[in-house]
Design a protein around this ligand. Structure first.
Ligand SMILES: C[S@@+](CC[C@H](N)C(=O)[O-])C[C@H]1O[C@@H](n2cnc3c(N)ncnc32)[C@H](O)[C@@H]1O
Length: 228
């Protein structure tokens, strides 16, 4: 597992959405989405600079999953379960969210948080390299969600695209890589990651079997819908 990079929120090169707008959107967020466990998870992220998707994107993920009636979600790179919290709410009682992470400690944390939130029964968490776990889990999936190390983005797309049902979604966080995709010669966090994110985005936008859009909130959430 030493190929995984311990994540920290990288510095922003170019903010796609003005911080004031993000704050405004945050204030608008439905208070019914609030939850004490969610706040604990957000507190942990702040204290450890751990890059969870955050509240605005979390609400968006739940909304997308609910809109397509998702029941089976596969997450590549779950951390300690923050994004899975939102998917698990959307899939409901009969639903399943397959979580993967290279760090075993994240599974322990996720079980604690999501257990206390009453969502652990919908979670199937496995520790290891997501790309190796994925072929062992029966598909198809309503949603494949990618949030692994950015150098692995093209590989995850190639694996996931085959196993999303028609009308299902491929979702990737960090599609703008904190603005690096849009500037010349950006200083990268890990050499090659910006090129990998750009290749990933290009492959998806050029894929005739998918329709794709990037929501620029936070660090860009790419959403691709399988047409057939
Ligand atoms: C950005 S964080 C995930 C955050 C999570 N999706 C959320 O929003 O709460 C990325 C996580 O993926 C894990 N990771 C990175 N590459 C991975 C891979 N190839 N397979 C499994 N886990 C990976 C890291 O250990 C880290 O916990």
């Amino acid at each position: 597992m030493n190929k995984l990079h311990t994540p920290r929120t990288p510095p922003t090169i170019l903010a796609p959405v003005a911080p004031e707008i993000e704050r405004y959107l945050h204030q608008l967020t439905d208070p019914r989405t609030d939850d004490p466990v969610l706040r604990e998870m957000e507190q942990r992220a702040r204290e450890n600079e751990f890059p969870i998707v955050g509240r605005l994107v979390g609400v968006f993920l739940k909304q997308l999953a609910a809109m397509i009636g998702a029941r089976r979600v596969f997450e590549f790179g779950s951390g300690y379960g923050y994004s899975a919290f939102w998917f698990a709410q959307a899939v409901g009682e009969p639903g399943e969210v397959y979580c993967t992470d290279g760090d075993a400690e994240n599974q322990v944390l996720a079980e604690d948080y999501l257990g206390r939130a009453g969502l652990w029964g919908r979670i199937r968490f496995q520790v290891g390299v997501a790309q190796e776990i994925f072929p062992q889990v029966a598909g198809p999936f309503d949603i494949c969600y990618n949030d692994v190390d950015k150098g692995d983005y093209p590989e995850v797309w190639r694996l996931a695209r085959e196993r999303i049902r028609p009308g299902g979604l491929y979702i990737a966080d960090n599609a703008l890589w904190y603005g690096r995709v849009a500037v010349e010669n950006p200083v990268d966090v890990v050499p090659g990651w910006t090129e990998a994110v750009m290749e990933h985005n290009r492959l998806i936008f050029e894929d005739p079997e998918f329709e794709t859009f990037v929501n620029p909130v936070r660090d860009g959430v790419l959403v691709a819908r399988r047409l057939r």
